[in-house]
Design a protein around this ligand. Structure first.
Ligand SMILES: [Zn+2]
Length: 314
């Protein structure tokens, strides 16, 4: 195995030259310029965009925890991104040992007096998330994966209560379903959030330093969180196309902080985008969306099963 060069750039942080990762992972450097560093392996192409947090894994956008920067004249990534983004995505089974995946807890966002985002003609996020969660449950059942819902009616449910249901039901995977809205009617696409690792900034920024440093339950599953997020985002991108891919993102949402199993939050489309709002009125579209989410969860479940230690032979 090739030695991986580490260079300490700031106190407590180290950066890894992307070229040295290529040799460690048996990949080749296909391109290295000021706008793109591309590594190619047998099954995987990695594309880093210098001076940004953007990485594409076989085309799927994954936001890094730190910026791709120059160190000793070579493009480098933060070692935390090697450990907590790239290696879990590239070799999931090594990072999922000891986990189970027998029960998925689906969490329809909002409910009751909290409508969530509001779309045109009375389209409410709370109704869509519940409708979608029920359809995901059906799709998972078709794939032989057991799932339950945090709420199966139009009722209010606190964020901590949702996370607490993981423990109460002994769930192994938590998937919160949402739709977003913004002032601009031209923004569209889907994004999947995993909890930001301790010490780093969320994709949208805005984390104070005490917030960045606080230890939360969800960080126990940093590696599994990103594998789950990547598989769901990848599945959605394959169906919707690259222009809908807003990427695997990082945030410190309360349900992700408090979940005691691997957890993600999927923003399944913008209600403020007229064409998306129209599609979301179609049962066929919602079924297809549910199926893509279920297929992403299935890939994660497969990786967990592949990681489980083989039963002892006597
Ligand atoms: Zn929401």
């Amino acid at each position: 195995m090739a030695a991986v060069a580490l260079r300490v750039v700031a106190a407590g942080e180290s950066f890894v030259a992307i070229e040295s990762l290529a040799s460690a992972w048996g990949m080749t450097v296909a391109k290295s310029s000021t706008t793109l560093v591309e590594l190619r392996g047998r099954w995987t192409t990695l594309q880093f965009v210098p001076l940004t947090r953007q990485l594409r894994v076989n085309g799927t956008l994954v936001w890094l925890n730190d910026t791709v920067r120059e160190a000793r004249g070579r493009w480098a990534i933060n070692a935390v991104d090697r450990a907590k983004t790239l290696e879990p995505i590239l070799s999931p089974s090594r990072h999922l040992v000891g986990l189970s995946a027998g029960l998925v807890l689906l969490d329809p966002g909002h409910g009751g007096d909290d409508p969530g985002a509001v779309g045109p003609e009375g389209l409410l996020e709370k109704h869509l998330t519940l409708d979608l969660a029920r359809r995901v449950r059906v799709q998972l059942a078709n794939l032989g994966i057991r799932s339950i819902l945090t709420r199966d009616s139009d009722r209010a449910l606190g964020l901590s209560e949702r996370a607490a249901l993981v423990r109460r039901h002994g769930a192994h995977v938590f998937v919160s379903l949402h739709f977003n809205a913004t002032a601009s009617r031209s923004i569209y696409g889907v994004e999947t959030f995993a909890l930001t690792p301790r010490g780093y900034s969320s994709t949208a920024g805005g984390d104070s330093s005490s917030w960045r440093q606080s230890a939360v339950a969800g960080n126990r599953h940093d590696a599994a969180n990103v594998v789950l997020a990547y598989q769901i985002q990848r599945s959605l991108r394959q169906w919707l196309g690259p222009d809908h891919d807003r990427g695997v993102r990082r945030a410190r949402f309360q349900v992700l902080r408090e979940a005691t199993c691997p957890a993600v939050l999927v923003e399944c489309g913008f209600l403020s985008h007229p064409a998306t709002a129209r599609r979301l009125r179609s049962a066929e579209y919602l079924d297809a969306l549910a199926q893509r989410i279920a297929l992403g969860i299935q890939e994660y479940v497969r990786a967990v099963r592949a990681a489980a230690p083989p039963p002892a032979v006597r």
